[in-house]
Design a protein around this ligand. Structure first.
Ligand code: NAD
Length: 479
């Protein structure tokens, strides 16, 4: 069986402990390869390599670093078809989705930061009284980038690109559920001329490999995307060594739909924001708040279109949804559907596993599910399910909608649907979320700040925010 090893100092090394984890294909439920199960010793080796590579990489001009990032992007682009197949096999998402979203975005991540770094420099302040002040933005050293399974290469590269382009050396850890394209990225980076030791990739479980990264005294910062509970654990571990932290965590995002919206555009987009990637995008809207006069017509149309969604083999172009990532996640989602019923909710569509014949008969597929009849305070409407499950909730007034939207511990994103632009801006101003879309969803200019409020995270990624995170300001004053 194929084995994925750690990528350390430009070489593929077996884990020191010699053990491996099974990697499953979610669409078939079968193990198709193994990935290194790493621990502290592996992380130590990676940090040693990164520390040796750092001085030269930090001194490399930003023009040269930017060129290497563009070469990495070229490498991803050249292998788009193959990488999309790998991503789909690892994660369960349709190949067409990985081909049109995940892999192109990974490529764009490298291009965007390759360009952004060219404009990135510290301010200067000069005055008679306080002299000439020049702010240098220096790389931190060795940094950790830990990413989840839902958008594997997309989110892994979203961290790695700004980290290396600012002159840091990286210890990256993809999710143990989806290690495959991260491993391919190591090869592509090497081919693109990234010096050995600048990017090191450690595979393994969060509680061993991930914790060893967060604990390591020579790692200066952790950029993490994943669940809120993991984010809390990482904060506790990292605090005593004063590591810089960027935490992108869970969400329970509201879609606020006013009766005066463009119905067709809203309906088409709400279907996508509910069920894209099997609802496994942190930005998916899982609480759909609908103004009462529109509630019944929204509900009827939404049910009808949801029932028409094709759930099937990720290899098929007509599969709109495919498998969820793992058996454990499948069970978690099904448990939440059971909880919704216990809490008094009515299942309007889905609510059951999807039976797929042939190659995928043992895969982990769930019908897109709509729930109605639950108040905002119940667990179904408070906890992150992270699957193809949404809840419909009616509201009477703008104030009530805002109250409901803000009534969770999360604050990642929201979308607001109305033809009244003043109302849209007014409501946006009152929603506790880091990312708000008016009459659209998932439109991302990568130069804008990205991140959540409350328990959805700490800090912002994207554009200059990411470049600042991976650098430290030093003011040099002369008078
Ligand atoms: P997770 O927290 O279980 O794992 C994320 C990563 O952290 C994995 O690589 C895992 O191995 C590692 N990890 C686990 N425990 C660790 C520990 N103690 N120390 C260090 N690393 C550890 O999350 P997941 O299940 O992979 O991903 C789903 C979650 O990610 C959802 O909550 C989703 O909302 C969130 N997410 C957030 C964003 C965002 O931008 N805010 C984007 C995507 C996903």
């Amino acid at each position: 069986m194929e084995r994925i090893n750690n990528f350390i100092n430009g070489e593929w090394l077996e884990p020191v402990g010699g053990t491996y984890l099974d990697v499953f294909e979610p669409a078939t439920g079968k193990v198709y390869c193994e990935a290194a199960s790493s621990g502290k010793e592996d992380v130590d080796l990676a940090v040693q390599a990164a520390k040796i590579a750092f001085p030269e990489w930090a001194e490399t001009s930003k023009e040269s670093r930017s060129e290497i990032l563009h070469a990495i992007a070229d490498g991803i682009e050249a292998e788009l078809d193959q990488l999309a197949e790998y991503e789909s096999r690892d994660n369960g998402k349709p190949i067409w989705l990985a081909h049109s979203v995940d892999i192109p975005r990974a490529m764009t991540n490298f291009r965007v930061f390759a360009d952004a770094v060219m404009e990135f420099k510290g301010d200067t302040f000069s005055s008679e009284e306080f002299g000439e002040n020049t702010i240098h933005l220096n790389p931190l050293g060795v940094v950790g980038c830990i990413s989840p399974w839902n958008l594997p290469l997309y989110l892994f590269s979203w961290k790695i690109a700004p980290a290396i382009v600012t002159g840091n050396c990286v210890i990256g850890k993809p999710s143990e559920l989806t290690p495959y394209t991260a491993n391919e990225l190591g090869r592509i980076c090497k081919q693109a001329g990234l010096p050995d030791g600048v990017l090191n990739i450690i595979h393994g479980e969060g509680k061993f490999a991930g914790a060893a990264i967060t604990e390591h005294p020579d790692i200066k910062a952790i950029s993490f995307t994943g669940g809120t509970e993991t984010g809390k654990a990482i904060s506790k571990t990292a605090a005593p060594s004063f590591k810089k932290l960027s935490l992108e965590l869970g969400g329970k995002n509201p879609n606020i739909i006013f009766a005066d919206c463009d119905f067709e555009k809203m309906m088409e987009t709400t279907l996508r924001s509910s069920f894209s990637n099997q609802g496994q995008i942190c930005l998916c809207g899982s609480r759909i708040l609908i103004e009462k006069p529109l509630f019944n017509s929204f509900k009827d149309e939404f049910i009808q279109r949801t029932k028409q969604l094709e759930v099937g083999d990720p290899k098929r172009d007509d599969s709109q949804l495919s498998a969820v990532v793992s058996e454990a996640h499948f069970n978690k989602i099904m448990k939440y559907i059971g909880l919704a019923k216990k809490e008094g909710g009515t299942i309007l569509a889905g609510g059951t596993p999807a039976e797929i014949n042939g190659r995928c008969e043992n895969g982990w597929f769930i019908q897109p599910t709509i729930i109605e009849g639950l108040g905002v305070d119940c667990r179904t409407n408070q906890e992150e399910i992270f699957g193809p499950v949404v809840s419909l909730i009616p509201f009477e007034s703008e104030a009530e909608a805002i109250g409901m939207a803000n009534a969770t511990d999360y604050g990642l994103s929201a979308s607001i649907w109305t033809d009244d632009s003043e109302k849209a801006q007014r409501v946006a101003g009152k929603i506790d979320a880091g990312v708000i879309w008016l009459n659209c969803w998932m439109v991302r200019d990568l130069r804008t700040p990205f991140g959540g409020m409350k328990q959805s995270g700490l800090g912002r990624e994207g554009g200059v925010e990411a470049l600042r995170f991976f650098t430290e300001a030093k003011n040099v004053c002369i008078k």
